[in-house]
Ligand binder design. Structure first.
Ligand code: SAH
Length: 243
């Protein structure tokens, strides 16, 4: 498992976010994938405020209690919303540019850190992974490693909230049947590559996982999974706790 950090020359999102923070404008991060057509992330989306968040995200923020760890915090939108609710949050990310921007925006506790870095051993009552937070798992083969880290980082009685989507709709035929090639691996395993201006990142694995499959893996590693809320398009928020 890759436990490294990003360098600025390979960090399109970091550049886009730090530029937008200095001068808000309608700029986009370009997203490439071998499975999808080219797409964009409007950088303004990474700066969404609590009222602009999806119901699933609001729910996760409202449910978060105690000491909170926001994994893959981006521009710090969830951390800032939590601080506004007088909650105690530590925001981590692998991008030095993002961590710097979060600090400038007022996120009080930040760490430049890869979630998979085994040297990081603090414990939190709530862990958040939002905006398809399950993506950080990368591939289903990383599940043992992922749940091992969650086991180390959660206090007894603590909760992990993560959102994801079931990508089965991409394979739905007009007659309602699904054409999924089971031999090709789990259908939610995708690769992405991002670009902002001339800065292009490396390609990375990103996992979308349906609730049932997530629950299946979680139970194998001693966790219970609850469906907290479903979104409008095959997306959902799950709570994962130690059994
Ligand atoms: N949660 C934010 C940003 C989502 S984008 C939001 O909702 O707006 C995903 C973020 O995860 C990026 O900022 C990326 O740098 C970070 N990330 C990816 N892999 C990570 C890892 N292993 N550890 C910590 N952060 C990671």
């Amino acid at each position: 498992m890759n436990t490294s950090l990003l360098t600025p020359d390979k960090d399109p999102m970091g550049h886009a976010v730090s530029e937008y923070y200095r001068k808000p404008a309608s700029i986009n991060i370009r997203v490439f994938s071998s499975q999808f057509d080219e797409d964009v992330i409007p950088v303004s989306h990474l700066f969404r405020s609590y009222p602009e968040m999806s119901p699933l995200e609001k729910r996760a923020i409202d449910l978060a209690t105690g000491s909170i760890l926001d994994i893959g915090a981006g521009a710090g939108c969830h951390a800032l919303a939590l601080q506004e609710q007088k909650k105690e949050v530590t925001a981590i990310d692998i991008s030095p540019l993002l961590v710097e921007t979060m600090k400038e925006r007022g996120v009080r506790q930040t760490k430049l850190l890869n979630f998979f870095d085994p040297g990081f051993q603090e414990q939190y009552d709530t862990i958040l992974m939002l905006m398809n937070g399950a993506g950080i798992i990368g591939k289903t083969e990383n599940m043992p490693l992922f749940f091992n880290r969650i086991k180390q980082l959660l206090t007894p009685g603590g909760s992990l909230y993560l959102d994801s989507s079931d990508l089965r709709y991409l394979y739905e035929e007009e007659d309602g049947s699904f054409e999924i090639d089971l031999a090709a691996g789990y259908y939610g395993e995708v690769d992405f590559q991002m670009q902002y201006k001339t800065v292009k990142g490396d390609s990375f694995d990103w996992l979308y996982i349906d609730f049932q499959t997530l629950g299946y893996y979680a139970s194998q590693y001693g966790f219970r999974t609850e469906l907290i809320e479903e979104g409008e398009h095959y997306d959902y928020l799950a709570r994962i706790t130690k059994r």
